[in-house]
Write a protein that binds this ligand. Structure first.
Ligand code: GDP
Length: 448
């Protein structure tokens, strides 16, 4: 899967790699090519549009254009965009929180791989989660569907509900629930009947089974080789059933990959597993990072860019530590700290992490300290000249009036900020005299 897309994207990256600088036009051209590559991979148009808007905005940023290796930055942006498109870095595990048995309802079209996937999942839960699993086929229509599940059950040593001919899907569901409860099973996997096309009777039956069995997971199994048809199927199922996740089968096939890339964004549902072969152990936990890696084949560059940005923070922290060690702490440093506070979710965010925050909150409310104050302080500092920020001592009355007008605040507030800064600078000086070993750590905490 993804071979053609990989080839196309590699071509795009090759054309921009090795150039010293990239203009906005170069980046726009590269993004146009990425767009065509995604459309050719059969990714849904709205998904492609969102992706290109996201990636273009980031790639046109100063950071990329001015960076030493702009092409690497573009690769990293496309990589991150793909992960976002696929639902983010963190795999979404199956939810099994329920009074036993936790019911997993499997739905999907006939031939999508539903029965095989039920067995794969049962095996995985038995092996890796040590769960006691029972499977039951509700497929009363397809000849031998129930026997197929029974055979699979024997093969993987997982219990199946004994077959009773002539029962309806609802009757089987009730019997399965009771048997699983009485026999102490942790998980009950219900394999619903599929049809070759979407039809109302099938949907109504699945909805009724869901209402009776109250599944913790209602999974749609879809064949990733059917492209946008799979996406349309997922949407139609989601309208009738409260789906909680997707499993895409035939990820081992040589499809273009459009279904996998569009599914999450179109349906909003997490992809939980990939079926990657006919064998019962061919089920992988879905990992967006790994898939993005497979599509781009640029793992080394992505890792390098990530490391470089980590190092950048490290370099900043070291620089700050040196300054602090000398007892220096100017208004630029204070501005950096204010920005860091904002990144951490403002005062509310920071206080949420502190014990005893409620009392402090009340005190701060009394003193009129809030997030707006952080923004006003930032405005004050950015209304100063570079020299003033380095040496606040030069701030006389007329300079303060100019800054107050620029920042839209009262002079009093500038005085308050200067006082606060002086206290902090004094503390830094005292620390540096003590030869504090933790200065670098402190600098990192201050985000500078
Ligand atoms: P159902 O009608 O949806 O229950 O589909 P089945 O479970 O009977 O599967 C139909 C066929 O697809 C079988 O031959 C399976 O072995 C095959 N199949 C299922 N999942 C996968 C997969 O992930 N990869 C491959 N290559 N084949 C699969």
């Amino acid at each position: 899967m993804f071979e053609a897309l990989n080839e196309r994207l590699t071509g795009v990256f090759d054309r921009i790699t090795g150039r010293g600088a990239l203009s906005e036009k170069d980046i726009a051209e590269a993004m146009r090519e990425v767009r065509v590559a995604l459309l050719e991979a059969d990714v849904a148009l709205p998904v492609v549009k969102d992706f290109i808007a996201f990636a273009s905005e980031r790639a046109q940023g100063e950071d990329v254009i001015r960076s030493v290796k702009p092409a690497d930055q573009v690769i990293k942006i496309v990589h991150d965009g793909l992960i976002e498109m696929l639902g983010g870095e963190e795999p979404v595990p199956l939810n099994l929180n329920a009074t036993p048995p936790a019911v997993i309802l499997m739905s999907g079209l006939q031939g999508s791989g539903k029965t095989t996937t039920s067995a794969k999942l049962a095996l995985k839960l038995t092996k890796t989660e040590r769960k006691k699993v029972m499977m039951a086929s509700l497929d009363t229509r397809r000849p031998a569907a129930m026997e197929q599940l029974e055979t699979l059950g024997k093969q993987i040593d997982v219990a199946t509900l004994p077959i009773v001919k002539g029962e309806s899907a609802v009757q089987i569901t009730r019997r399965a629930l009771q048997a699983a409860k009485l026999q102490g099973f942790d998980v009950l996997i219900l394999d619903t009947a599929g049809r070759t096309t979407l039809d109302e009777a099938m949907m109504a039956e699945a909805a009724e089974v869901a209402a009776i069995s109250r599944p913790v997971e209602t999974i749609l199994v879809a064949d990733s080789l059917t492209g946008q048809d799979a996406v349309r199927t997922a949407r139609a199922f989601h309208e009738r059933l409260p789906l909680t996740g997707l499993i895409l089968t035939r990820a081992d096939g040589d499809g273009r990959g459009g279904a996998m890339l569009s599914m999450r964004a179109v349906t909003g549902l997490p992809i939980k597993y990939l079926g990657a072969g006919e064998k019962v152990d061919a089920l992988e936990v879905f990992d967006a990072r790994r898939v993005a890696g497979r599509i781009l084949g640029q793992g080394d560059i992505v890792a390098l860019v990530e490391k470089a940005s980590e190092e950048l923070d490290q370099v900043k922290a070291e620089k700050m530590a040196k300054k602090l060690a000398k007892g220096q702490f100017d208004l630029d440093d204070l501005a950096g700290q204010l920005a860091q506070m904002k990144r951490m979710g403002g005062l509310q965010g920071i206080m949420g992490m502190l014990p005893g925050a409620a009392k402090m909150k009340a005190q701060m409310a009394n003193a009129n300290i809030d997030d707006k104050m952080i923004s006003r302080q930032e405005a004050i500092i950015s209304s100063m000249t570079k020299a003033e920020r380095k040496k606040p001592d030069v701030l006389n009355a007329s300079r303060k009036r100019r800054i107050a007008a620029g920042a839209g605040v009262e002079v009093q507030e500038i005085n308050r900020l200067l006082k606060q800064h002086r206290q902090m600078a004094d503390a830094v000086k005292a620390l540096s005299k003590g030869g504090g070993k933790n200065l670098q750590k402190m600098a990192a905490m201050m985000g500078m």
